[in-house]
Design a protein around this ligand. Structure first.
Ligand SMILES: *Cc1c(COP(=O)(O)O)cnc(C)c1O
Length: 433
């Protein structure tokens, strides 16, 4: 399996190098040459498969004989012991992606990636330092996905005061090979620090650095699987299939494009954002203008320069006409998002998190002028309890805390405060050994 850089300057690499490195030296993003199309037999057998059987089949198709089948089975069975059910709310269906240990869809990518990296490092003396910037959910998913994986140290950078208490607890209480750094700045500052570290010569001479943000291809590949899993659960598979994807860095949406390339019959992709509407703007007028992120109640999507956008452009060969036909963009304010949480709770007796609400609103808007029946699926990206301080006052009740979370909340927060200056971060990294 060969991968190239979207900047087309750095040489091609195999999967192991792409996964261990994260980013190519030319600062592009790794992309697989072949987005294989799954054989017809795969879709024929799909109704009889479990999630893990499906994931094993798709992984085999993607990596070929590069990883022995027994290893693939081991990676998948260690990564996944939770479901992704499709909930029917009438015109709109919800794909519940928060049944993993950290209650957000990022568990699907992070747990696969942790196991895959662990496999690539088996028997080697190399120690890999994972750097990850988080606006909330990535940190916890990566921390749990990599906890106690041998040969890997994880450093999590997060913006001070801008993640929820529950989110913070999820990645600051684990200890072991996980360290959290609290940056006096925004998520964009955290992302910049990580990106700068990857390009820094001194650091790269001393340490093997890698990324677990959605710039790492190992997170995106397994995220394509749950789109197929949603399809499997549909009663009438012949209807037009729409996915509304609450988006920030657009890894989740890129994974949907991967699923489409595998043969999943997706009719339309809906890009839903909060006030950070850089991509919906681009879809409307063809201009991609990154800008500093603004804080919203759907904070995991507060991204001012979506890193996976380069992959989307690459998939479409920069052809705005086609992108804007295939993908529809919508953005919503915090007020609209809050109203939606209230409404869905009242009308459907179902509680959604602020990110999911943004996706729900976008799907409603998209369906407005459609009269034919469809399979309209909104991705529920996080459990509402993770954003209880926002959601509970809106719905006027307490959300029950799942057991897997209440255990985590008992731990003691441990994090290192730091400025947003790169020199401080660099010095800390150089001296940690
Ligand atoms: C990360 C995250 C998103 C955004 O996903 P991207 O792949 O970055 O677009 C949306 N919702 C939640 C809850 C998240 O944690």
């Amino acid at each position: 399996m060969l991968l190239y850089s979207t900047k087309k300057i750095s040489p091609d690499v195999d999967l192991k190098e792409a996964v261990l490195k994260g980013l190519p030296p030319d600062n592009g993003l790794y992309m697989p040459y072949e987005m294989f199309h799954a054989p017809a037999s795969f879709f024929e057998n799909l109704p009889h498969m479990t999630y893990n059987e499906m994931a094993v089949e798709l992984t085999k198709h993607i990596v070929g004989s590069y990883i022995p089948e027994a290893k693939i089975q081991e990676i998948i069975s260690q990564a996944y012991d939770f479901d992704a059910p499709l909930i029917d709310l009438g015109e709109i269906k919800i794909l519940e992606l928060y049944q993993g240990p950290t209650l957000a869809f990022k568990d699907f990518g992070a747990r696969f990636m942790g196991r895959l990296m662990g496999y690539f490092l088996e028997g080697s003396k190399q120690e890999v330092n994972i750097l990850v910037a988080t606006s909330g959910d990535t940190g916890s998913a990566v921390a749990h996905g990599f906890l106690n994986v041998e040969g890997i140290k994880v450093t999590i950078l997060y913006p001070k005061g801008k993640v929820s208490d529950i989110q913070e607890k999820q990645f600051t209480t684990l200890g072991a090979n996980i360290t959290a750094i609290e940056i006096d700045g925004t998520f964009d500052d955290c992302q910049r620090l990580v990106k700068t570290a990857f390009l820094d010569r001194d650091l790269n001479e001393k340490l093997t650095l890698s990324s677990a943000n959605s710039i790492n291809i190992a997170r995106l590949i397994p995220q394509s699987f749950y789109y197929v899993w949603a399809y499997k659960q549909l009663e009438d598979k012949s209807l037009p299939l729409y996915f509304s994807i609450p988006s920030g860095n657009f890894g989740n949406l890129t994974a949907c494009l991967f699923a489409q390339a595998m043969g999943l019959p997706v009719s339309k992709i809906i890009a839903a954002t909060n006030a950070n509407d850089i991509v919906p703007q681009y879809l409307q007028n063809g201009n991609f203008v990154p800008r500093p992120s603004v804080s919203t109640i759907s904070n995991a999507m507060d991204v001012g320069n979506p890193s996976n956008f380069a992959r989307i452009l690459d998939i479409y060969n920069n052809d705005w006409e086609t992108i804007h036909t295939d993908i529809k963009g919508y953005s919503y304010s915090d007020t609209e998002t809050s109203e939606c949480i209230k409404k869905v709770h009242q009308e459907k007796n179902f509680t959604i998190c602020p990110h999911t609400a943004v996706g729900y609103l976008a799907m409603e808007a998209f369906l407005k002028d459609k009269s034919e029946p469809s399979n309209a699926i909104v991705l529920a990206t996080a459990h509402p309890v993770k954003f209880g301080n926002v959601v509970e006052p809106l719905i006027g009740e307490k959300i029950e805390i799942p057991q897997r979370l209440s255990k985590m909340l008992k731990g003691e927060k441990q994090s290192i405060p730091m400025s947003k200056n790169f020199d401080d971060f660099k010095e800390w990294l150089m001296n940690r050994m």
